[in-house]
Design a protein around this ligand. Structure first.
Ligand code: PEP
Length: 250
């Protein structure tokens, strides 16, 4: 059985309180067209309480874009899993390419964060993907599999049901240059088969998202691919009509 479709909004360093309320209200109005699709929003962390309050009666998941790999201590500016859990967070993005490139988030940190998140019972959304140079050098699968291995190392004893993988080719993020459905499906199929080799049948049930310039006009074709179970949406998740159209395509 295919995992249930999931579409997550990654607002990055964008949005405000007004966007929280207007997005929740637009998703509520569209709820009848979104049956069977899990939808979640990852706003900047300061808006989490406003989001959990606004969507208290709605089937909208709440996510954070970043957490510490440490449970507590002298780490100025960081947020621990136990803290975001207290505020009703369901999903935690880990290893986004912007965190990897701008803040040097390593595979070791990814593994430590997956361990923190899944042992707390939250869902770890691990982002993997190659740069343009790596794709041109034929290294896509080597890079992606090394990133996946770090995620599984962190998963350790936790349930694979708490793991979501987002394949996001770095060259497609925020560039308007989407992977073709065939390019995306090819990597997703490899990810699926690698997960099955490592985890057996549980690997079949892991949700695989595609991310990288998904828009209302290319979402349906991407989500129609056999191993693409939804999307991680950046720019287009800031406009309610666009985000809802993408969720409807899932
Ligand atoms: C992302 O940041 O995860 C992303 C996919 O961004 P965009 O949709 O803007 O390419």
């Amino acid at each position: 059985m295919q995992p249930q479709p999931l579409v997550l909004a990654n607002w990055k360093l964008n949005g405000d309180r007004q966007l929280v309320t207007s997005m929740v209200s637009a998703l509520r109005d569209a709820a009848d067209s979104l049956h069977g699709v899990n939808v979640g929003i990852c706003p900047p962390a300061i808006y989490i309480p406003a989001l959990t309050e606004a969507c208290y009666y709605d089937a909208i998941g709440v996510g954070v874009q970043h957490i510490s790999e440490h449970p507590k201590g002298a780490y100025t500016g960081e947020l621990a899993v136990s803290m975001v859990k207290e505020f009703g967070v369901d999903y935690v993005l880990i290893g986004h390419s912007e965190r990897r490139s701008l803040y040097q988030e390593s595979d070791q940190q990814v593994a430590a964060k997956v361990a923190q998140v899944t042992s707390a019972g939250l869902t770890a959304v691990v982002c993997v993907g190659e740069s343009e140079a790596q794709r041109e050098a034929g290294e896509t699968l080597t890079v992606v599999k090394a990133q996946l291995a770090a995620a599984l190392q962190g998963l350790a004893q936790s349930s694979p049901a708490l793991l979501v993988i987002a394949y996001e080719p770095v060259w497609a993020i925020g560039t308007g240059q989407t992977a073709t459905p065939e390019q995306a499906q090819q990597v997703h199929a490899e990810i699926r088969s690698w997960l099955q080799q490592q985890l057996g049948d549980a690997g079949k049930d892991i949700t695989l998202l595609y991310g990288g310039s998904v828009k209302p006009d290319n979402a349906a074709e991407l989500f129609a691919q056999a191993d693409i179970n939804g999307g991680l949406i950046g720019g287009a998740s800031l406009v309610a009509d666009d985000f809802i159209a993408i969720c409807q395509a899932a």
